[in-house]
Design a binder for this molecule. Structure first.
Ligand code: FES
Length: 104
């Protein structure tokens, strides 16, 4: 199933590209993006809830609610709304893949 991106980038289109991986797929954000901005600019969800499986897209967007934690491929978790995107970051946001990372 194809999901449309939640965010449409309208500004800074010519900003330096920053490559990252989302569930194994190479994606491109922009310098200055937060992790949340980068993911929602290419995906319909930020992550799946580990409790209900529902799609989540963050809530407060100011670092106060903890709804935006995403798992990195190395098992670390980052708060997407207040973490700057860095080149080479790899995120695992699908429930099945998160379970695999957690058990490695
Ligand atoms: S969306 Fe609330 S802490 Fe990130």
């Amino acid at each position: 199933m194809s999901m449309h991106a939640q965010f449409r980038r309208r500004y800074r289109l010519d900003e330096t590209p920053v490559h990252f991986t989302l569930n194994g797929v190479l994606e491109t954000g922009r310098r200055g993006d937060t992790v949340l901005t980068a993911i929602l600019s290419v995906s319909g969800r930020l992550r799946q809830s580990e409790f209900t499986g529902e799609d989540r897209a963050g809530f407060c967007l100011i670092g106060a609610c903890q709804d935006c934690y995403v798992m990195m491929a190395d098992g670390r978790r980052v708060r997407a709304c207040s973490t700057a995107l860095e080149p080479g970051m790899a995120f695992t946001t699908d429930l099945g893949a998160m379970a695999e990372v957690a058990h490695e």
